[in-house]
Design a protein around this ligand. Structure first.
Ligand code: SF4
Length: 347
C-alpha cells in the first residue's frame, strides 16, 4: 500500500478522522435530535449495519497511513456502543508511518462517562470533550430534553479530569433565546477550574433543527458579554487549523474558546474527514452524500483498494460549505433537506 500524506484540491492535508460509532443517543438536544423528529418510533440503524470494531480499526489504520494524526470517537452518544473501550484499545495500537501514536479523543454527553472514564483511559483514550449547554438545571434540561440532571454531568467531568482524560474540554452550543442567558453563569462556574469551556455557534447541520440565522449568537457577541465581566486576552492556536479560537482570562484563571463556523468560517484549514457508523466517509459536516466504504470492506477489497479509494476521495475534495454560507451563496432547498444529521455523523 502506498502510504503517503494526501491533500485535497485546496491543498488541505487529511489530518483528522472523526468516527461515529452509533446513531443512537439518550439525549434529545434540540439543535441536534429534536424529539418531534427523533421520537419513540424513530428507527435507528440495526447492529448488522454498523461497522464492527475490526472494520473501523482497519479503515482508521489506512487513514493513519495517509496522514491522520487525530482520531475522535463520536456518535450519537459513543458511550452507548457496547464495549467501546475495546475499540479504543484497538485504535490505541495504531502508529503513524513515523511510529507516533495518533491522538485519541472522544466527544460525549457525559451521561455514562463517570462509569467509563477509568477503563477508557486504561484502554488508551487521551482526552474527552463533554457537551454541556448550561450549568443551570432548568436550561440544561430544556436543551437535552431528556430529563437528565446537570449534576451528574458535572460529576462526570470531575471523574474524567481525575482519570487523566484532560484537560477536559466542554462544548456549549449557544442558541439565542434558549441558553444564551446562561453564558456568564456557565463561564463563572468553570473559571479557575482547569476545564476549557468552548462556546459553539449554533449551526445549520442536517435538516431537522429548524435553524435560523437570528438564533445564532455570534462568537464576537459571546466574547463581548464575557469580557464585560471577566476581561479576556487572545491566545495563539495550539496548531494550524484548530477550530477553537482561544482566549484566556486576564486574571490568569484559565482559558475559554469559541468555535465560529457561521460567522468566521474556518474551511481554509479544515483537515477533517468523518466516518459514519454504517461506514460512509464524508468530507464535510454539511455534506449531503458520503462514500460507502463498508461495501468495499465487505466486498473483499484489499488495503490497497481502500487506500486508493480514500486517496481519490480526499484528493478530489473541494468542500467549503461555511465559506459559501458566509458569502450567502444560495443553497437549493432540496440540498438543504438532504444534509446529513449531526446525530448520524457526530459533529
Ligand atoms: S464546513 Fe465543511 S469544509 Fe468547512 S470547516 Fe466545516 S467540515 Fe470543513
Amino acid at each position: 500500500m502506498d502510504a503517503t500524506s494526501i491533500t485535497d484540491t485546496f491543498h488541505r492535508p487529511l489530518r483528522d478522522l472523526r468516527i461515529s460509532v452509533t446513531d443512537r443517543c439518550n439525549f434529545r438536544c434540540v439543535y441536534c435530535m429534536p424529539r418531534e423528529i427523533f421520537g419513540r418510533d424513530y428507527v435507528f440503524m440495526p447492529r448488522e449495519q454498523l461497522l464492527t470494531f475490526e472494520e473501523i480499526t482497519r479503515l482508521a489504520s489506512i487513514a493513519v497511513a495517509h496522514g491522520v494524526l487525530k482520531i475522535r470517537l463520536t456518535g450519537g452518544e459513543p458511550l452507548l456502543r457496547k464495549d467501546i473501550e475495546e475499540l479504543v484499545r484497538m485504535l490505541a495500537r495504531l502508529r503513524t508511518p513515523d511510529g507516533r501514536a495518533p491522538d485519541l479523543a472522544m466527544t460525549t454527553n457525559g451521561s455514562v462517562l463517570a462509569q467509563k472514564a477509568l477503563v477508557l483511559k486504561d484502554a488508551g483514550l487521551n482526552r474527552v470533550t463533554v457537551s454541556l449547554d448550561s450549568v443551570r438545571e432548568e436550561t440544561f434540561q430544556a436543551m437535552n430534553d431528556a430529563g437528565y440532571p446537570v449534576a451528574k454531568v458535572l460529576h462526570a467531568l470531575d471523574v474524567a479530569q481525575a482519570a487523566g482524560l484532560g484537560p477536559v474540554k466542554i462544548n456549549m452550543v449557544v442558541k439565542r433565546g434558549q441558553n444564551d442567558h446562561d453564558i456568564i453563569d456557565t463561564a463563572r462556574h468553570f473559571k479557575g477550574s482547569g476545564f476549557i469551556l468552548r462556546f459553539i455557534e449554533y449551526m445549520d447541520v442536517g435538516a431537522s433543527n429548524g435553524w435560523k440565522m437570528d438564533e445564532v449568537v455570534p462568537s464576537a457577541e459571546v466574547l463581548a458579554r464575557i469580557s464585560a465581566v471577566f476581561p479576556l486576552d487572545p491566545v495563539a492556536p495550539n496548531y494550524p487549523g484548530e477550530t477553537s479560537e482561544r482566549w484566556r482570562y486576564r486574571d490568569g484563571s484559565g482559558e475559554i474558546g469559541v468555535i465560529s463556523s457561521v460567522t468566521q468560517a474556518f474551511c481554509r484549514g479544515c483537515t477533517r474527514a468523518r466516518l459514519s457508523a454504517d461506514g460512509k466517509l464524508f468530507t464535510c459536516l454539511f455534506a449531503t452524500a458520503g462514500t460507502d466504504l463498508r461495501a468495499l470492506l465487505r466486498g473483499g477489497a484489499s488495503d490497497a483498494d481502500l487506500s486508493a479509494a480514500l486517496s481519490a476521495l480526499w484528493g478530489g475534495r473541494a468542500d467549503r460549505y461555511s465559506v459559501l454560507r458566509s458569502a450567502n451563496t444560495p443553497v437549493a432547498p432540496d440540498t438543504a433537506a438532504r444534509r446529513i444529521e449531526m446525530s448520524y455523523i457526530g459533529g
